[in-house]
Design a protein around this ligand. Structure first.
Ligand code: DAK
Length: 257
């Protein structure tokens, strides 16, 4: 299968997906989200594949959803847009997914990494939920999974004041599994995926499902509420101003309306 904005490879029993929009710091536009969904489905259905790795490049895992694509969206359009289904699809994948993260891991990028089952970070990884800078909030788990992973105090700072975590902090606070030098972060993720892929497939599947159940009880309600708040913000002037200011490379002027 050939894709436009991602690349896929098979390493023995591991399926690798690389997000491939380096000029836009791998911002997750609808093509990426749609292709990511397709690739995950293909690997999940392939009996030869036992685990999946998602990565970007050394500069960015992904700097968030594509702001240029969202700037003029209305609340109704965002609510009806097909990529929402893609954000949900990752939760349906039965095989373990490891995010191999280097560089920027922001907004929707961090939400994508957190939707994976484990995160291997390079020393240069930087995690954040900067949506507040552009007049919105996280819309794909950034207020929910993040809070569960690192606790309320830090999650508040990240969501309300764009506090970033460096790789060492992200590891200390439980967001990532481990931090390794940039030269080997992908290799390390592939190695971990390969080890898991060789284990008893049904036990791995049940193990993933059960750990997620422990982590995600009550998550669905929280995700739905988060998404409604996110949609609502697309009916505000501040969302338009925030996203336009990003594109025009200037400071936003907030009106609170
Ligand atoms: N979208 C589009 N383009 C982006 C981008 C993004 N998120 N991030 C970076 N780029 C582009 C820049 O515009 C620039 O393009 P050109 O100007 O060269 O054409 C290029 O990538 C390189 O970026 P910079 O020149 O800005 O690079 P710097 O090293 O100076 O800065 C940075 C790196 C990561 C600090 C900066 O690029 C930045 O602040 N980026 C935006 C980060 C951000 O705000 N991310 C959150 C986006 S909102 C949904 C659920 C969830 C979401 C959406 C929908 N549904 C359920 C429907 C998620 C929303 C978000 O993620």
């Amino acid at each position: 299968m050939s894709y436009k904005s991602i690349k896929t490879e098979i390493h023995d029993r591991v399926g690798l997906i690389r997000i491939d929009r380096p000029k836009a710091l791998n911002a997750l536009n609808s093509t990426v989200m749609s292709e990511l969904g397709q690739a995950l489905k293909v690997f999940d259905a392939d009996a030869q594949i036992g685990a999946i790795v998602i990565t970007g490049d050394s500069r960015a895992f992904a700097a968030g959803a594509d702001i240029k694509e969202m700037v003029d969206a209305t609340a109704a359009e965002i609510l009806q847009s097909e990529p929402i289904e893609r954000w949900d699809l990752i939760r349906e994948v039965k095989k373990p997914i490891i995010a191999a993260v280097s560089g920027w891991c922001l907004g929707g990028g961090n939400e994508l990494a957190m939707a994976c089952d484990m995160i291997i970070a390079s020393e240069t990884a930087k995690f954040g939920q900067p949506e507040i800078n552009i007049g919105v909030i996280p819309g794909a788990g950034g207020t929910q999974r993040l809070t569960r992973a690192i606790g309320k105090a830090l999650a508040m700072e990240m969501v309300l004041n764009n506090r970033h975590l460096n790789a060492e902090e992200a590891c200390r606070y439980g967001l990532v599994n481990r931090v390794v030098p940039e030269e080997i972060y992908l290799e390390e993720a592939l190695k971990l995926a390969d080890e898991i892929a060789k284990r008893a497939p049904l036990a791995v599947r049940m193990g993933k499902e059960m750990v997620n159940q422990a982590f995600e009880s009550f998550l669905a309600g929280g995700m739905a509420d988060e998404r409604r708040s996110f949609y609502f913000l697309f009916s505000t002037e501040d969302q338009k101003e925030g996203m336009r200011a990003f594109m025009e490379k200037r400071e936003a002027e907030w009106k609170g309306e």
